[in-house]
Design a protein around this ligand. Structure first.
Ligand code: OOG
Ligand code: MG
Length: 263
């Protein structure tokens, strides 16, 4: 049974309210087990529409579940995408309020900023590299609205792929000055190394993730416009944080991104 427009809108309102009010909800496939992949995306796009109608700007896109570490951690086998709203963006060294979130986790990522439009189908790594203006380090703070961070792929897609906050910092470099496959990252919390990894963890090469995003968007007649900020997905598993935690992620050649979690 296909979900009608009113149901898509109701689910979008339900999930967005969970985000805005910091309340956990049960996964939507419990009540709508028949929801399709496309309908889950309809819910995400409706949340995006609601935010834009309220005056929020969309400032970027993200891929998620692009590393084996993340797929294994969350028990899913396919990547997903989401959008980034203006108020998700935090400066380097930011104090991030735990009270505005449900059960945040941090992820070490790299972001691409494009200088040319990217469109699928058939978008590949070469297209992405030639369309990239620069690479900049980014740490994502994900915050699934689902109880205990437990979901299936359709539920997480509808929930804007757990998008919540992100911090950019370090320094940008042109893509030709980096080996994105071997790019090392070290995540430290309160001075202790908690995770480490290399760019190849993201679908073999972080640019493959951006190509996949262009190809997924093409299925809905959308493109990645020039000048888009895109996070390619976590290199390491996501780590839960609490008030008082100081997070610092060191990137090979790209500097450090830091943030502090407060009450
Ligand atoms: C889904 C979002 C995953 C990533 O980088 O893998 C994600 C989740 O695990 O809650 O952003
Ligand atoms: Mg992420």
């Amino acid at each position: 049974m296909a979900l009608d427009k009113a149901t898509i809108e109701k689910l979008a309102e339900h999930l967005e309210n969970a985000e805005l009010n910091c309340t956990e909800v049960t996964k939507i496939t419990n009540d709508y087990p028949e929801i399709t992949w496309d309908e889950a995306l309809d819910v995400q796009w409706e949340i995006r529409r609601r935010k834009e109608a309220r005056g929020n700007k969309i400032v970027g896109l993200k891929m998620g579940l692009t590393s084996m570490a993340k797929m294994r951690q969350m028990g899913v086998e396919t990547p997903c995408y989401g959008f980034l709203a203006d108020y998700f963006s935090c400066p380097d060294g930011a104090e991030i309020k735990i009270s505005e979130l449900i059960h945040p986790k941090v992820e070490a990522e790299v972001a691409f900023v494009t200088k040319k439009e990217l469109s699928g189908p058939g978008c590949h790594i070469g297209d992405v590299l030639s369309a990239t203006d620069f690479i900049v380090p980014a740490v994502e703070i994900i915050d699934s609205r689902y109880k205990d961070f437990k979901f299936d792929l359709k539920s997480v897609i509808a929930d804007n792929s757990s998008s919540s906050r992100f911090v950019t910092g370090g320094r940008m470099l042109p893509v030709e000055d980096l080996d994105l496959k071997t790019l090392g990252v070290v995540m430290e919390i309160n001075g202790e190394v908690v995770e480490l990894g290399a760019g190849a963890a993201i679908l073999g090469h972080p640019a493959a993730s951006v190509a996949m995003l262009a190809n997924l968007l093409a299925e809905r007649g959308e493109v990645i416009p020039a000048g888009t900020f895109i996070m390619a997905g976590a290199i390491t598993p996501a780590i839960a944080v609490k008030a008082g935690d100081n997070v610092s992620v060191r990137y090979q050649n790209l500097g450090t991104v830091t943030m502090r979690f407060v009450e």
